[in-house]
Design a protein around this ligand. Sequence first.
Ligand SMILES: [Fe+2]
Length: 159
Amino acid sequence: MSTTEKNNLGLEVAAIQPVIVSLGELLANYQVFYTNLRGLHWNIQGDKFYELHELYEEYYNEMAEKIDEAAERIVILGGTPTNNFSDYLKLATVKEISSVSDWSKGVDNVFTTLQTLLAQLRALHAQAIKAGDHGTVSLANHGIKSFEKKIWMLSAYLK
Ligand SMILES: [Fe+2]
């Protein structure tokens, strides 16, 4: 095959390959984050229970949509998304958390994870631009805007 081989979307296969890999790493981090948020939602205790229990639910519902969007983007580009948690844990840089009931530990963890995801999305954005992949640029842009807003709100909350 020549190096200018194109996929169904007219994008160069060689250029799109690293984008598919990065989307797979993003998917892995999203899945770990989603599961962490479920745990935070369940285990939160204390006077901030009601507000954070609800906030975490809002976050994990949004992450469920983003997980689907990232996985389907991989398929659209010609890749195969993994659906095994054992594979996610190998790829993810976001660490699993266990039974966090302390509200500030939980919010700190979410805050740091959002910063990690933001950096990952910016790198993905740059890669997608290089590959001429506007659909993934758009996915990255939406994620960046959403996570930047959350980082602002959580930093105000933590003051
Ligand atoms: Fe619930």
